[in-house]
Design a protein around this ligand. Structure first.
Ligand code: NDP
Length: 330
């Protein structure tokens, strides 16, 4: 059996986008429980920036990328849910999607419905599974009810635009924040009930005004350092803080006493804690496929770069120049 080769992007040390290097490497053949996949499109995520910069330091050398869509070219022993020729999509951990071809665990891979294109699939999987657990699994007690107010930071981004639309479909009042007036308009057009430009307005004061001084039931905060304090101020009594990212830098160590006045809850989740194992991943993916296929959630692929242009893609994402999803093409 011949061994396929692949263009791939890897890093040998952490740093700015110039550490992203194009290499050619052997792909190998799938072992037990694995598939060989040829990508048609690759998703870019802010977590790729953390892994490149070293904020999330993984062993080196490292092939980045946690999302992709393509076609199965070979199947290893014991793989029963996929066949050669299947159109597939995935969010993968550990990373490795910045390439033409890869061998990867089949358990992380789902068949892509015929109605969803490769580009849409690659643009939605990690981000969409994230929106799914944020809105439908993070608040286990009595859950979110139609009409509830939630606050979602960076709402015009990849995860954000999916969350805006999905929240509208669930009947939630999603208050969006975003870094420009244009981004606020985009969040509103995608289902946010209100939008706050948090670079020009005091978002905590605005949230109190919108909610009549009650505050919101949940804050979804992926910005981190810059928004943590204001986010706590936005929560109502017994509210839930979901801290799921650090686009502005990590949240400094906190005092538990800061939670006491309102009896607040805090969670710091990862998508792969929820999408754990094949059954949970498929169930979350089916939920995502349904809202996308039905048109309740549209995936905005607002930026496209060739795989070889990945440095420019990282620069744009870090510079807050993007909206919606970014994909790498082949
Ligand atoms: P986005 O497309 O949302 O890009 C990040 C956005 O963060 C920017 O566009 C910008 O929007 C905002 N931002 C605020 N402050 C800064 C800053 N100082 N530097 C750069 N950006 C800033 O990315 P993704 O959709 O890929 O991911 C969104 C967030 O969700 C990320 O923080 C990511 O790490 C997190 N995430 C967490 C997961 C989990 O399970 N824990 C899974 C997936 C994503 P604006 O200009 O409007 O402020």
């Amino acid at each position: 059996m011949t061994t396929a080769t692949s263009k791939a992007i890897q890093i040998t040390h952490h740093g700015d986008p110039e550490v992203l290097q194009l290499v050619q490497r052997d792909v190998g053949q799938p072992g037990a429980g694995e598939i060989l996949l040829r990508h048609h499109a690759i998703g870019l995520n802010f977590i790729d920036v953390y892994q490149r910069s070293g904020l999330y330091a993984l062993p080196l050398p490292l092939q980045l990328g946690m999302e992709g869509a393509g076609v199965v070219e070979a199947v290893g022993d014991g793989v029963t849910h996929l066949q050669v020729g299947d159109r597939v999509v995935y969010a993968s951990n550990p990373p490795g999607s910045y390439c033409e071809r890869r061998v990867m665990p089949a358990a992380q891979v789902c068949r892509l419905p015929d109605s969803i294109s490769f580009e849409t699939g690659a643009a939605m999987m990690l981000k969409g599974l994230t929106a799914q657990y944020l809105l439908k699994q993070c608040l286990p007690a009595q859950g979110l009810q139609p009409g509830d107010h939630v606050l979602f930071h960076a709402a015009a981004g990849g995860v954000g635009l999916i969350a805006c639309q999905w929240a509208r479909a669930l009947g939630l009042q999603l208050i969006a924040t975003a870094g420009s007036d244009e981004k606020c308009q985009l969040a509103l057009a995608n289902g946010a009930s209100h939008a706050i430009n948090y670079r020009s307005q005091d978002f905590a004061a605005e949230v109190q005004s919108i909610t009549g001084g009650q505050g919101v039931k949940v804050v979804y905060d992926s910005v981190g350092k810059d928004t943590w304090e204001g986010s706590l101020a936005c929560l109502r009594r017994f509210g839930l803080m979901v801290s799921f990212g650090n686009a502005s830098g990590p949240v400094p160590p906190i005092s538990l006493a800061a939670l006491a006045p309102k009896g607040l809850y805090v969670t710091r989740p990862s998508v792969f804690v929820y999408a754990h194992g094949r059954d949970a991943t498929q169930a979350m993916a089916d939920d995502l496929f349904e809202v996308v296929a039905s048109g309740k959630v549209q995936i905005h692929v607002a930026q496209r770069y060739a795989l070889e242009e990945v440095r420019a893609a990282h620069e744009a994402l870090e510079a807050r120049q993007t909206t919606g999803s970014t994909i790498l093409t082949l």
